[in-house]
Design a protein around this ligand. Structure first.
Ligand code: SIN
Length: 290
């Protein structure tokens, strides 16, 4: 049965593939209205990332909106607002560790067996210039691959790890403890979108290696393994940097982005130091990729 959702929101596409800015919307209302939420969810599946300006909603409504999509999850490194569990503080200010970069293309938390469905992110305070975020359409990235690459990667699976990213700067004992708490996950290199059936290129900067590349078809001698698998993985990871698949959002106070983490990657551009950038993010628990 096809469910037709009546349209009340105005969605202006920002690029040919990905991203729409919604106007005539009050996110606090959407958080408490079934019909408005159904419309917003349908638009999210269509555009993959939705943007909103001038939404001075309460933190409770921010959490309520995200909870409409599903359970919320904590972040392994960043703290949550104690009064609003699940609202993760991504605060970059003069007390922050300047070296704690965030500028790598990634899907959130693919080191989990069930990576997040998506997130609802708000800009609480932004720099005058800089600090944009880029999102990438990984359906478009998959579609544009050469047919022989698509055939080659169809059966492949890959390991995703927290250790080499968040863990890498920790002392060895802490790194191992983090890895024990959040063990690696294995996912298909090409996953299928549960709502649309589209194929998605699903490797990112948490992906460490291909787990089933080393077979008779791909490897003649031992030394084929590393360059063959490593080069292929890096080629796939580089697709997120192709501008044709991207949208870039300029933040302002109380602007929001809601993204579908299953079929996008993102990159927070860290070009604003020593200006302050404070973001609050509600991450939504997702499904096991297939
Ligand atoms: C994130 O990586 O989830 C945060 C993105 C941002 O701060 O723009």
């Amino acid at each position: 049965m096809t469910v037709t959702v009546p349209r009340t929101m105005n969605a202006r596409r920002l690029t040919a593939h990905i991203g729409a800015e919604l106007t005539d919307v009050d996110l606090a209302e959407v958080a408490h209205d079934d019909d408005l939420f159904a419309e917003l969810r349908a638009l999210l599946v269509q555009h993959k990332v939705l943007f909103f300006r001038d939404q001075p909603i309460s933190r409770a409504d921010h959490v309520a909106l995200a909870r409409r999509f599903g359970e919320l999850e904590d972040h392994p490194v960043l703290g949550s607002d104690p009064e609003h569990p699940g609202l993760v503080r991504i605060y970059k200010d003069l007390d922050s560790d300047r070296e704690a970069y965030e500028n790598a293309f990634h899907c959130d938390a693919t080191w989990r067996e069930c990576p997040p469905f998506g997130s609802v992110l708000r800009c609480v305070e932004g720099p005058e210039v800089g600090g944009d975020t880029i999102w990438v359409d990984m359906v478009a990235a998959y579609d544009a691959l050469p047919e022989d690459v698509k055939a080659r990667i169809a059966p492949l699976r890959a390991r995703h790890s927290i250790e080499a990213s968040f863990g890498a700067r920790l002392p060895i004992e802490q790194r191992h403890a983090m890895h024990a708490k959040f063990p690696d996950a294995e996912h298909p290199v090409v996953r299928t979108h549960p709502d649309t059936g589209e194929k998605i290129l699903f490797v990112n900067s948490f992906t460490t290696h291909l787990t089933n590349f080393h077979n008779d078809e791909n490897v003649r001698f031992g030394f084929d393994y590393a360059p063959g698998a490593g080069d292929l993985l890096q080629y796939l990871q580089r697709q997120a940097a192709v501008p044709e698949f991207q949208v870039r959002w300029r933040w302002s106070r109380d602007s929001f982005a809601i993204w579908d983490n299953r079929c996008t990657q993102h990159y927070a551009v860290q070009d604003y130091w020593p200006a302050v950038r404070r973001m609050e993010r509600a991450g939504i628990v997702g499904d096991r990729p297939f």
